[in-house]
Ligand binder design. Sequence first.
Ligand SMILES: Cc1cc2nc3c(=O)[nH]c(=O)nc-3n(C[C@H](O)[C@H](O)[C@H](O)COP(=O)(O)OP(=O)(O)OC[C@H]3O[C@@H](n4cnc5c(N)ncnc54)[C@H](O)[C@@H]3O)c2cc1C
Length: 388
Amino acid sequence: MTADAAIHSIREVDSDGTIGLISSEEYPPYARPPLSKGLWTGDEGIEDVDLETSNMNLEMHLNQSVIKIDTDNKKVYDKNKNEYTYQKLLIATGGTPKKLPNIEEEGIIYYRTISDYKKLRDIVDKNENFGIIGGGFIGSEIAAGIKMYKPDAEVTMIFPESGIGALIFPKVLSDFITDYFRQNDVNVLTGESVESIIKEDKTYLVEAQSGKKFKFDTVIAGLGITPNIKLAKEANLEVDDGIIVNKYLQTNDLDIYAAGDVAIYHIPVLNKFIRIEHEDNALMMGEIAGKNMAGKEIPFDHLSMFYSDFFEYGYEAVGILDPKLEIVEDLDESLEEGIIYYLEKGRVKGVLLWNVWDKVDEARGLIAEYGPFSSKDLKGRINILTIH
Ligand SMILES: Cc1cc2nc3c(=O)[nH]c(=O)nc-3n(C[C@H](O)[C@H](O)[C@H](O)COP(=O)(O)OP(=O)(O)OC[C@H]3O[C@@H](n4cnc5c(N)ncnc54)[C@H](O)[C@@H]3O)c2cc1C
């Protein structure tokens, strides 16, 4: 998604310079968010996810993984020993899904790509019983997606936290969402870590640390990603838990840029180096990286938003969502909508807009203010009254 955004923005600045895209995947760039949402509800079809990169007058090398960057000679090499030269290079390698430790079983779907979607869709049409490991974005969206697509499917979620989204939501909201999934006939097993998975005939036998055992036709895992930094590291680019870039999105080799899920950058308003694994960040970083590669000098200072949807609910959010921060809740009594503020020393660091729409810019404005804010200042500060 980052590469596509960069290609579109290079073309806004430079209509005829040569552009090459090298991707490990067999499909041209596509939008990932619908893979766990609109493609299951029928709101989007598979033809809608293509990002139309191929209209941008470029050379596309699909099914090719880059294995080496030679920064001295400005060349990259793929696994088939093809050699490419560059003047400016963008590393937008995203991340690889984390695997369950010590579990070798091959049929588990670590959900991330369009190929995973096609495979799962085919399986959902045939099978009845699905085990989903992970209670974050991917796990919850896939559970809801399968249930909406096939209401009589048996869907079970297993994860070690106390509720869905517990790593980003305060307990009251995480509990509410967990109950809501249960009301929608998803079996949610909290506080359970998967210890082993063995395939017996056509069934996966899953054993949790507690000793409990479960049987599923299909196992899907959404455990987060590890950023793909190996190439950068081997090329002596500065890395940490991602590739470190300056405000122009350049690495320590100024002709090499990094952006999207793989990049770490400093966000002045949060005073933090951060790596963000979300669409808005990918699109905005890609856009600025592309323009800068084509000769502009635009600093990247966008505070990106993110969102998720499941069943009838959804949210948008900005900044740091960490329930260990000081929390101010401004939720309605039924918990169906409202705002959660995450504060550090009286300053707003993150805002969750729970079933509240079109308020992202106001949330960004609050994060930019120094404060200090108290609970009294924040309650009602973002007006969520809706006109029906
Ligand atoms: C199912 C799903 C649902 C999502 N839903 C949301 C959502 O609702 N809201 C939201 O904000 N975000 C969502 N995201 C996150 C969002 O899609 C990512 O943040 C975004 O795709 C990141 O873009 P990227 O280009 O940095 O990485 P990616 O999209 O992962 O692209 C990286 C590309 O690099 C390729 N690559 C890696 N290594 C090499 C190599 N050595 N050589 C060649 N190619 C290589 C990969 O094959 C891949 O094609 C979702 C993600 C998934 C998987």
